[in-house]
Design a protein around this ligand. Structure first.
Ligand code: 5GP
Ligand code: ZN
Length: 114
């Protein structure tokens, strides 16, 4: 998608602090971090949100989840606990409509989130 911010990060047209990548997923630090570790994990392929990713039915959701866990291990937050969040839809706070998992950790995380 030519007008998608995260597709431009995938294409390396916009810089990002990339911390992990494989053939189907990419992870980079959030520009406005909400925790000591705040990384966004995205599929390279454009899907608007978690619902579209789930409907893709090609194992891509599995790949994104595995990449999110790999990021948590790499960032050193897997042992202490971390959160994976897919804001799905504007009502849930989604602002970028290229599906992304937020990986948050490195501090105590309250529940429920706001
Ligand atoms: P959402 O609100 O859609 O769940 O999350 C979008 C996230 O993308 C936000 O946490 C926001 O800080 C992050 N973000 C927005 N623009 C950029 C950008 O250009 N670069 C990076 N690294 N993160 C961005
Ligand atoms: Zn996109």
């Amino acid at each position: 998608m030519s007008d998608c911010l995260f597709c431009k990060i995938v294409a390396k047209e916009i810089p990002a602090d990339i911390v992990y990548e494989n053939a189907r997923a990419l992870a980079f630090r959030d520009i406005n971090p909400q925790a000591p570790t705040h990384v966004l994990v995205i599929p390279r392929a454009h899907h608007a949100d978690g619902a579209a990713l789930a409907a893709a039915d090609d194992g891509l959701a599995d790949d994104v989840l595995k990449a999110a866990h790999a990021v948590a291990v790499q960032e050193g937050v897997a042992e202490g606990g971390y959160r994976i969040v897919f804001n799905t839809g504007a009502g849930a706070g989604q602002t970028v409509f290229h599906v992304h998992a937020h990986v948050l950790g490195g501090r105590g995380l309250t529940w429920p989130p706001g």
